[in-house]
Structures are given as C-alpha cells and as structure tokens.
Design a protein around this ligand. Structure first.
Ligand SMILES: Nc1nc2c(ncn2[C@@H]2O[C@H](COP(=O)(O)OP(=O)(O)OP(=O)(O)O)[C@@H](O)[C@H]2O)c(=O)[nH]1
Ligand SMILES: [Mg+2]
Length: 420
C-alpha cells in the first residue's frame, strides 16, 4: 500500500465560555461580577518531516480534533486552553481545501503551518461591568469552530527522478548510487512507492527518487501510472533507464519513446526537464547492437551512459554526469501559489436587507459575533446587545434605510421591534 493522496477532516478546538459568576461571600452583599474568561481552543498544526515517505498513516486516522478550551469559572478563574494537535506529514506534502486551492506547501523539513486556529474563549462577566451595570449577569460564549475537509497530496521532492519501463533496473541503480535499499526482483512493479536515496558526489549530495509504475497509458491512469507521475513534477532532472538488451523482447528505442510520451502527455512542461539516458544491462546479449541503434537516433540529443548496474559498472560516470548537470540548474523552487485560508477572518461588517414592507434584516460578521456573545433571554445581555448595535452604527443605518418605530428588525435568530 502506498498512499500519496488522501482526504482528512480537521477541527480546531472550541473556545470555552466565559463565566457569569457573581461573587458571593459570607457577610458580603453583591460582591460583583467575578466570572473568568473561557480558554482558547487548540490549534491544528501541520509539520513537515523527512522521517515519513508516504501518507499511509492517514489510511487509519482521518479525523483530527484539537482540544476545546475550558469554560471560565468563579473568582476570575480562567478556563484552560485546549491542546493543539500536531499532524506530521512527509516533506513535499501539499495541503489543499476541498475546492483544490492550496493552503500550504510543506516544502522543507520542519516547516510548521497553523492551518486552523482554535476558537477564542468568551470573556467573563467582569469585563462587562460599567458604572451603570454593576452586576452583569451575562458573559460571552466561546467561539465554536467548524470541521473542515482537507486534501493532502504528496509530491515527492527530489533533485533527480529515475524513470523507465518496469524491470529495467531502476531500483538496482538507486541502490548502487545511494544509501537506499529498495526491493529488487525480476518482475514488473516490484517497486510500489517512490524510494528516495541520497547520492554523494565529493562534498555535495543530491536526492534521487525511484519513480515506479510507468507503462503505456500511465498518463491516463493505467498501471500505477498517474499517481506516480505526480512525483516527477518536483524534480530538476530525469534519468531515463533502459534495458538496452531488450531482454524481455521489448524494443528499448520504442520503450524510451513510449515512456517519454506518457510523461509529456501528463504535463507538457516536463519537456523542459533535462534528461540523461542510462543504457542498462550492458552485460546481456544484443546490448551493443541496440545501444548503437539508440545512439544513432538520439545520441545527439541526450547524454547516454552505458551501465551494468548489477556490478556497479558505469556508476561513477552517471553520478558525475548528473552532478555536473545539476550544477547548471537553478535550485528547486517551492510551487508558486497564493495560499488560501480555511477559516474566514473575523469581520465586523454588516448589511441590511429589506425583506418586506417594514421588515429589516441585519446580517454579516458583526451579527454572527454578537449572537455568540449574548444570551438574549437575559435582560442585561439584551441591553448590551442593543448598545453594540447602536455603537456600531447599525441603528443609524436602519433608520437611514427607513426603519421607524414599530418596524420589525431581524438580527440572527431574534426579532425585535424598532424603537427610535
Ligand atoms: N543482467 C542484468 N540484470 C540487471 C541489471 N540491473 C538490474 N538487473 C536485474 O533486473 C531485474 C529488475 O531490476 P529492478 O532494479 O528491480 O528493476 P526496476 O526497474 O526497479 O523494476 P520495477 O520496480 O519492477 O519497475 C532484477 O532482477 C535485477 O537484478 C544489469 O545491469 N544487468
Ligand atoms: Mg523497482
């Protein structure tokens, strides 16, 4: 199993409610409001790690919820913050919303992105004490957060991508040039996920990825095709491995064309990637003849390196050719994108709609905020609500739109009569 695209569900913690406690003590009458603030909910944080190579862990766990903030208590005791949840993803994971817009590109090891913020805690009642309102018996509710769906897509980041028909010796090559230990066997599709290896060349290193599963029709999803083509996008150079002996009664020249065709029909931009050709299995019959035929056709266009990978012949030449070409190329770049945010920024705007004769509805961020803050069954609270409407210019705007004594005004869930 190799998962490189997965949908998961994330939710930051709710904010705790503020407390509406009134201080009581023996022999003290009306000690005043002492309700503490609710705690902030936990965040959902993604961290990139090179310790992971796949998104397989998300096959088992798809739901992530950060802790809720605790409610505030008496004696100004503050609610505890909810615990954050840290989700580790392999380097190269792109996080998208359900519309496919990019939220974050987890491009380098250790990169940390707060994708969802926990809801703020509600303020306790002592915040609302004024000279005229000595004992407010209401407090704010904490912000309740929503659950979001996000798509994780792994696009392996490597300097070099190894491509080629199944069984030509890609994994053998990766193990010969690097510290990677991929599985090697004499059948097709031995490799089921991109393996990464670090290749040393004097005092520099580069990362090589074995991109498996390319066959005819891969760009339409045949074989293991499409999912692996995704991993080629973020390489700087391709090494195309051929079984130059044609040992499986395949023609290396037409296989070369076939695989290139799949790569370029997946993404025409990939034509810009430089390509070095490895003519592998030079120890086998017919290799020399085929190599000549290949070079007659493509020798001018590509650097061709003959190799017998099983006995490490040609390894140094290949490493040198790759390292020298990489030196001439710009470093790998993160994707260019404008990040989107999952959560809307808080806004305190409002709009007024005239629903019918003398019925006005106020909507917008201000209303959402207000409705979470006040408990409208409570007289004090309702007074506070009216005051905010007045202070924020809602009452004036209503008047301007034609509201007068007796008009019906709808704000969120409540309906009241306009009194000028
Ligand atoms: N004779 C010979 N056999 C080789 C050479 N290189 C690799 N092989 C053999 O070819 C077979 C396939 O090698 P792999 O490295 O697994 O090939 P692959 O391209 O990774 O194949 P898949 O992962 O299945 O797509 C194995 O049996 C290797 O031992 C070589 O230079 N000469
Ligand atoms: Mg392999």
């Amino acid at each position: 199993m190799f998962i490189d695209k997965v949908k998961i569900y994330i939710k930051s913690g709710n904010g705790g409610n503020g407390s509406a406690s009134l201080h009581t003590e023996k022999y003290v009458n009306n000690g005043g409001p002492d309700g503490g603030d609710g705690g902030k909910g936990g965040d959902i944080i993604f961290v990139a790690t090179s310790a992971e190579n796949t998104l397989n862990q998300f096959h088992y766990q798809k739901h992530f919820r950060a802790g809720d903030g605790e409610n505030g208590g008496r004696q100004r005791s503050f609610g505890k913050q909810g615990a954050d949840v840290v989700i580790k993803v392999p380097v190269g994971t792109v996080i998208k919303n359900s519309d496919g817009d990019i939220i974050a590109d987890m491009y380098e090891d250790g990169r940390r992105e707060v994708v969802l913020r926990g809801g703020n805690g509600g303020r306790g009642n002592w915040h609302f004490k004024t000279s005229r309102r000595q004992s407010p018996s209401f407090a704010e509710h904490g912000v309740k957060t929503a659950e979001y769906e996000v798509i994780l897509e792994l696009k392996t980041i490597a300097d070099v991508g190894l491509v080629g028909f199944p069984n030509v010796g890609k994994s053998t090559l990766l193990s010969a040039v690097s510290d990677a230990k991929p599985k090697i066997a004499n059948y097709h599709f031995t490799t089921l996920s991109p393996n990464l290896g670090v290749v040393k060349y004097y005092d520099t290193t580069f990362v090589m990825a074995d991109i498996p599963g390319l066959i005819e029709g891969a760009s339409d999803g045949a074989g293991l095709g499409l999912s692996f083509l995704r991993h080629i996008e973020r390489t700087r150079l391709l090494v195309h491995v051929l079984d130059i002996s044609g040992s499986e009664e395949r023609d290396p020249v037409s296989d070369f064309e076939l695989i290139n065709n799949e790569i370029y029909s997946y993404d025409a931009d990939l034509k810009k990637l430089p390509m070095i050709v490895v003519a592998n299995k030079m120890d086998m019959p017919d290799a020399e003849v085929n190599l000549k035929r290949f070079c007659d056709k493509y020798g001018d266009k590509y650097t061709v390196i003959p190799m017998t990978t099983v006995i490490h012949e040609g390894v140094d030449e290949l490493i040198e050719a790759v390292a020298k070409t990489l030196e001439t190329l710009p470093p790998a770049q993160p994707m260019a994108f404008t990040p989107v945010k999952l959560q809307k920024e808080a806004d305190d705007g409002f709009a007024i709609d005239i629903l019918s004769d003398n019925v006005y509805e106020v909507t917008g961020g201000l209303v959402d905020e207000l409705c979470r803050k006040v408990n409208l069954d409570d007289y004090d609270s309702f007074r506070y609500f009216q005051k905010v409407l007045r202070d924020k210019g809602v009452i004036a705007a209503l008047r301007k739109q034609g509201a007068s004594d007796g008009s019906t005004v709808i704000v969120g869930d409540i309906e009241f009569e306009f009194i000028d």
